[in-house]
Design a protein around this ligand. Structure first.
Ligand SMILES: [Zn+2]
Length: 166
């Protein structure tokens, strides 16, 4: 398996939402709720237990930090502070059991390929998508809800770019 980086939303975004209860950049009101189903927190990439007033819903641009043109959508984070998922932590085990869609993009938001994974075997699909040198990053979304979950980049961007231009 080639080295990959798992990119959860930045800690600054999570902290801003918790302190202001507004969506960064948009200013739309965020919403604290208990929830009746388990949803992944986009910051720690762990499951948020349903039934407790434990999650905040807010509007987030899934291309924030990587592209000029935004695509806002709803995401959840833990209402209480949590630790951002480690970038070198590999595919998040807590998300392996739910169907995810992997979208491979070239810079400029060009969607090159889309794969649905429902058997938990994400690594071979990630490897296959990154084998295409024109793929710059992969977005992982919920297949059933369509919401953005996290982004994956190659572990060594500099090396990847060199290979691309070689
Ligand atoms: Zn969390």
């Amino acid at each position: 398996m080639l080295p990959i980086r798992i990119l959860a939303i930045p800690t600054k975004v999570a902290e801003t939402v918790r302190s202001t209860m507004r969506a960064p950049r948009y200013g739309f009101p965020a919403h604290a709720e208990a929830g009746s189903d388990a949803a992944p927190c986009r910051h720690c990439l762990r499951s948020i237990d349903p039934g407790k007033p434990g999650r905040i819903l807010f509007t987030y641009d899934r291309f924030d930090g990587v592209e000029q043109l935004p695509q806002p959508g709803p995401v959840y984070i833990h209402a209480e502070p949590c630790l951002r998922y480690q970038e070198d932590g590999g595919f998040p085990e807590e998300l392996r059991g739910s169907p995810r869609t992997l979208e491979a993009y070239a810079s400029g938001r060009h969607l090159l390929a889309q794969e649905h994974v429902s058997d938990g075997k994400f690594e071979p699909v990630i490897e296959k998508l990154f084998a295409r040198p024109e793929v710059d990053y992969i977005q992982v979304n919920s297949t059933t809800a369509g919401c953005f979950t996290f982004r994956i980049e190659r572990g060594n961007r500099a090396e990847a770019r060199e290979q691309k231009s070689a």
